[in-house]
Design a protein around this ligand. Structure first.
Ligand code: ZN
Length: 600
């Protein structure tokens, strides 16, 4: 029986480039999970997009003398290119700057209002008389009232690290023009999380047995230690989604509030552009559907507490407002498998110091499967991990190339040479042949259990262990000796090894889709394991936006043991992976921490 699986992936913020820590934190695990479930025959919907609003984008636009739209568009383009090159099979990777997302977010806002979870309140905020606008905290600089540091940011002091109340800064200045702002009263909408607390606690209690301990600690644990408070959901900004209330059109929805709504709006956009406008109901109004949120640990409260609160609070009013139909409640997250952080050469990754391995830059020198392999083998699922260039080299050469790539290559080459490029016809299988086939085929259960529980690292390690078993079998059977005295026995060995390799290839395929697709073709299959990614331009009343999509096409992969038959014509094998030279370790390390533009 097939299940409906929603794969919700963190929305990258459209004001910075993506590094390997981001990739292993959320984007790659989501893709492995989605590919696996597609192979199993489940109905998968994988969505995300660029988080395009908020002050970091406007601050950057002001600094660069450009517009927020240009900043967001430029970073969005880079995300599309990277995700396509990495093989991330988003059914839709869109953005929050779309007419559809505006409407869905405003409908959630109105549903919360209908259900009585919103209220307005007045507060003091810095206002720039010279620019005639309110200044968000990030636009203010002044002297820290805790430590006396003279260049403290409005929201946080970089010297003492304390979060600050911007209105209490001493000697405040506008970061835009240096002028002195004044305090002025403004009014905002608040979401009353106190009213939702019982429901959110109940939601978390139902999941604490199977959620990762860190996620439970940062959600249920936090609420029990310190109850939930109201949160402002509007801001005085001109970039973003207008508040859908008469007299409030000059204010915008707060980005933390609307960005998470993207999981829902992207599902709806995907349905629309597929001309099946209600298809999203199968994931969002279907209590049996399972939704997974792949995020980094810095995002846990937003996905495990605030977003479920928004969904609970909207209740069935969302469908009445958005599509004028009696609906049911929206499906709450089934799991939020947040990852910890990846460090780099034992230091925290830092974009501003260029202490990072950037996704697109990496792919200009190495293959995507080498990256996917290392990031999965080293995935920070239960604790922080470290990207170490020496470790990357060793794992690439000793595991990916030596244990898996060479295994496939030497068996295919041997069949090519001695059986005229065809799968040999076996004699009766001997106990050792049957045993290795059983061993590898047991992986369809054990590896599946790991991936289904979002233990991707264990799933990959188990698959590599099975590949090592096939190497042992081959070394023990030694077909290169067998063939000198008994070609039929050697044929049985090669048949068995090819069958095992074919099964292993399916087990590896969610992790290593590029090399798996090639090996699948070398094994003589005509249709691919997976479908294809493609770009599309969507036009709406806000303009146009480019999206990355996935279609199954001729995909024929199934999560099941090899059905390889004797006589099948193989295709000339080529090595699956590149062995890397030891010298890359020093050359890559020398790039770290060097400001951009100063590299050779
Ligand atoms: Zn300070």
């Amino acid at each position: 029986m097939s299940s409906n699986i929603l794969v919700s992936v963190a929305w990258p913020y459209a004001n910075s480039l993506i590094h390997v820590g981001n990739i292993t934190g959320s984007y790659l695990p989501a893709d492995i999970f989605a590919r696996f479930h597609r192979l199993r025959g489940n109905k998968v919907l994988m969505v995300s997009g660029s988080d395009s609003h908020g002050t970091p984008v406007t601050v950057r636009a002001d600094a660069d003398g450009t517009s927020p739209l240009e900043v967001y568009t430029q970073f969005h383009k880079g995300f599309l290119e990277l995700f396509q090159k990495l093989g991330l099979t988003y059914d839709l990777f869109t953005s929050t700057h779309t007419e559809n997302h505006f409407k869905v977010s405003q409908s959630i806002f109105l549903a919360l209002e209908k259900n009585g979870y919103l209220y307005t309140d007045r507060q003091q905020q810095w206002y720039s008389p010279s620019q005639k606008r309110f200044l968000p905290d990030r636009y203010i600089e002044g002297t820290c009232y805790i430590c006396g540091y003279t260049s403290a940011r409005g929201d946080q002091c970089d010297q003492c690290g304390n979060l600050l109340d911007a209105t209490e800064l001493i000697d405040p200045r506008s970061k835009i023009d240096g002028s002195t702002p004044e305090l002025k009263e403004t009014e905002h909408y608040y979401l009353d999380y106190g009213k939702l607390q019982l429901d959110i606690v109940e939601f978390l209690r139902q999941r604490e047995d199977y959620w990762r301990p860190n996620v439970v600690r940062q959600s249920l644990g936090q609420i029990l230690a310190d109850e939930l408070h109201e949160r402002a959901i509007t801001r005085d900004l001109d970039w973003g989604i207008p508040v859908p209330i008469e007299g409030w059109k000059d204010k915008r929805l707060y980005v933390w509030f609307e960005a998470v709504i993207g999981y829902l709006s992207a599902s709806i956009e995907w349905s629309k552009i597929n001309d099946q406008p209600e298809a999203w109901h199968d994931w969002w109004y279907n209590a049996a559907a399972r939704s997974y949120y792949f995020i980094g640990k810095d995002n846990i409260p937003f996905h495990a507490v605030f977003w479920p609160g928004q969904l609970i609070g909207a209740g069935d009013w969302f469908s009445k407002i958005f599509e004028e139909r009696e609906g049911s409640s929206l499906v709450l997250p089934f799991d939020v498998p947040a990852n910890e952080f990846m460090n780099l050469e034992s230091q925290k990754i830092s974009g501003s110091r260029n202490w990072a391995v950037w996704g697109l830059d990496f792919l200009s020198r190495y293959d995507p499967d080498a990256l996917r392999y290392y990031l999965t083998a080293n995935m920070p699922e239960s604790r922080d991990t470290d990207w170490d260039w020496g470790d990357f080299l060793n794992r690439n050469n000793n595991e990916l190339v030596a244990t898996w790539g060479n295994l496939a290559n030497r068996v295919l080459s041997f069949a090519d040479k001695h059986w005229d490029g065809k799968v040999p016809t076996p004699g009766d299988l001997r106990p050792a042949d049957r045993e290795i086939i059983d061993t590898v085929e047991s992986g369809f259960q054990t590896v599946a259990d790991h991936i289904d529980a979002v233990q991707l690292r264990s799933g990959l390690i188990e698959t590599m262990r099975l590949a090592a078993e096939v190497n042992k079998y081959l070394n023990h059977s030694a077909p290169w000796f067998e063939i000198k005295s008994d070609k039929s026995a050697a044929g049985t060995t090669i048949f068995t090894a090819l069958k095992a390799i074919d099964s292993l290839n399916v087990l590896f395929s969610p992790f290593l889709p590029f090399s798996s697709e090639r090996l699948h073709a070398y094994l003589g299959y005509d249709s691919p394991l997976f479908g294809e990614q493609y770009f599309e331009t969507i036009v709406d009343n806000l303009g146009e936006h480019e999206v990355l999509r996935y279609r199954p096409g001729k995909a024929s992969g199934h999560w099941e043991p090899s059905q390889l038959s004797s006589g099948q014509a193989l295709r000339g094998p080529k090595p699956l992976f590149r062995k890397l030279d030891d010298s890359i370790v020093e050359s890559e390390r020398s790039r770290l921490g060097v400001p951009e533009g100063f590299q050779e």
